[in-house]
Ligand binder design. Structure first.
Ligand SMILES: [Zn+2]
Length: 224
């Protein structure tokens, strides 16, 4: 079900958006990125094709996973709406934007790391987190009700994206991150320092492995 439609400013293809918070759309036909200006989508930046590495996931995929929350194991259906690739010194990693059935208002990201899958939820009430330069590994920080231990920090760049994404994706743009553990609950959290001086705070909701996923439906064509 499309929430909004527009024609790609570069090739004219009709693009259908499914996510109301989309700020970047990468055309599946010509790879042009378009950014939401507040009124319409404008072509911005170079065209980048992401090299594939044989992931089970792809934009448009509809599948489900079994996750345990508060002791209850339940099947969650989802659709992959977009992917963003980050580069850092040691290589790259991808994050997949998911729309989870029944939780359409939330922003979920799936990250794959050496066979483990982390499902993050973007935290809407962002605590007033520090700037990247103020945080050091090993530090404890207090943000209002949150106490976090900083376990990792690294400089990264956006190498490109695919599909719909809820922030401005500009290849080559700096996008540093700080990872840590939320104390008391021992929940892994991550802060991303996005383009436009935006910060996003993500909380791990599920820690999954590939056997928790159910891939049944065929990949849809480029309707995303
Ligand atoms: Zn296009």
């Amino acid at each position: 079900m499309a929430f909004k439609e527009f024609n790609c400013p570069s090739c004219g293809a009709l693009l259908k958006l499914e996510y109301r918070f989309t700020e970047t759309v990468i055309c599946p036909f010509c790879q042009q990125s378009s950014h939401w200006t507040g009124e319409n989508f404008e072509a911005k930046g170079e065209k980048v094709i992401l090299a594939d590495y044989g992931s089970k996931f792809s934009v448009g995929l509809q599948a489900s996973f079994w996750g345990t929350k508060l002791g209850e194991r339940k099947e969650y259906k989802f659709k992959v709406l977009g992917r963003v690739r980050f580069e850092y010194n040691d290589g790259f990693w991808d994050e997949w934007l998911l729309r989870v059935e029944g939780y359409e208002q939330n922003e979920y990201w799936l990250q794959e790391d050496e066979g483990e899958f982390f499902l993050f939820k973007k935290f809407d009430n962002l605590p007033s987190v520090n700037e990247y330069s103020e945080l050091e590994v090993g530090m404890y920080v207090d943000w209002e009700d949150y106490k976090m231990f900083i376990s990792e920090k690294a400089k990264a760049q956006i190498s490109g994206g695919e599909g719909e994404l809820p922030f401005r994706v500009i290849p080559g743009e700096q996008c540093d991150f700080v990872d840590g553990i939320l104390l008391k609950e021992a929940i892994p959290v991550s802060i991303e320092y996005l383009p436009d001086n935006k910060k996003a705070f993500y909380v791990t909701i599920f820690n999954l492995d590939i056997n928790d996923f159910v891939f049944t439906e065929k990949k849809q064509e480029n309707v995303y």
